[in-house]
Design a protein. Structure first.
Length: 347
């Protein structure tokens, strides 16, 4: 039970007890009036009976002074009791009216008390939230101070440590030039190196286009060639009939055009680890055998997880006199090409 409920019950019990006392007093007065009235009635009946028992006027006896005095006293007591009863009834009505007024005032006070308790609860909640925010800020401040202390400790340790001289290897980087000679393609992914037979795959696509010139319907077609050295080339081509002019003559001709292609291995991971290739070098020597470093450019399709391996491979190829061209790819991209594509820039 809430505090307001306890106060309401206490007030109601006090009013009920007061009404009980007043009712008891009224009841006692009523009983007293009834008793006095009954005694007066008995005296009157007794006198009337004595008068009836006298057969004639000579035998009629009159009430004595004592009896009349007692009758008068009883009558006065009855009248006084009746007056007291009326006065008490009037007081009871006044008390009832006053109780009604008090009830209304109590209702107003209880409403004010409820509003005050609600306001106090809201204020207390605000104070609790402010205290929680303050505690959180204090915790953050302590964490920041601890982090600052750790940084200062690290700074002091670094300042006290002797300086280390780090040797950086520098590769001369000539001005990039577009590749027009022989080009050899490698792929570096998962720190694995593999040969990408792009020229052989393009030759297969060209032969596939020649075969499709007679049997293919006009429109776009998807096809694939390979596998060659573990790689498959998927491509799109368009076939259409167009007006052409040749030797002063105009006629219809079939035109087949490569739209684009993508090259991907049959399975992943593909290739050999770069450390194994650079330590053994036999596989790389086989691929580079018979190629002129002055006219051969090596294009490396490299993924973000193999940039460090690309650096090692570029150093090795530079020592052997080969220019390299980097083709960075995102992890979700495939090696691709199209007639509108650009040639590699070697360094």
């Amino acid at each position: 039970m809430t505090r307001s409920g306890k106060k309401r019950s206490t007030l109601e019990l006090g009013h009920d007890a007061f009404l009980d006392i007043v009712a008891n007093l009224v009841g006692i007065l009523i009983i007293l009036v009834v008793v006095l009235g009954s005694q007066s009635t008995k005296i009157v009946e007794q006198i009337q009976q004595e008068m009836d028992e006298q057969p004639d006027a000579a035998s009629v006896t009159y009430a004595s002074d004592q009896q009349l005095s007692e009758l008068a006293q009883q009558s006065m007591r009855a009248a006084s009791a009746q007056a007291d009863s009326m006065r008490f009834e009037k007081r009871i009505k006044q008390f009832k009216q006053e109780i009604e007024v008090r009830k209304q005032q109590r209702g107003v006070l209880l409403d004010l008390l409820a509003q005050a308790e609600e306001a106090w609860a809201e204020k207390k909640q605000q104070l609790d939230e402010q205290q929680a925010a303050l505690a959180e800020n204090i915790a953050k401040r302590k964490a920041a101070e601890n982090h600052l202390a750790d940084l200062q400790g690290q700074r002091e340790r670094l300042e006290n440590e002797p300086e280390e001289i780090v040797e950086l290897q520098h590769l001369p980087t000539p001005m990039a030039k577009t590749v027009f000679g022989e080009e050899l393609h490698f792929r570096l992914k998962d720190n694995r190196l593999s040969i990408v037979p792009i020229d052989q795959l393009v030759d297969e696509i060209r032969r596939d286009l020649e075969r499709a010139a007679s049997g293919m319907k006009d429109g776009r077609m998807n096809s694939a060639v390979g596998p060659l050295r573990g790689y498959v080339a998927r491509y799109q081509m368009d076939k259409s009939r167009q007006m052409v002019s040749q030797g002063g003559k105009v006629g219809m001709a079939t035109r087949i055009q490569l739209v684009g292609m993508t090259v991907e291995p049959l399975e992943e991971p593909h290739g050999k680890p770069i450390d194994q290739i650079l330590s053994n070098r036999r596989d790389l020597d086989i691929e580079l055998a018979g190629r002129d470093p002055g006219s051969t450019t090596i294009t490396i399709w490299v993924y973000p997880d193999s940039f460090a391996a690309f650096r090692k491979l570029k150093e090795h190829l530079y020592q052997r006199g080969y220019a390299t061209a980097a083709r960075p790819l995102t992890m979700d991209r495939l090696i691709s090409g199209s007639p509108q594509g650009s040639r590699s820039d070697a360094q």
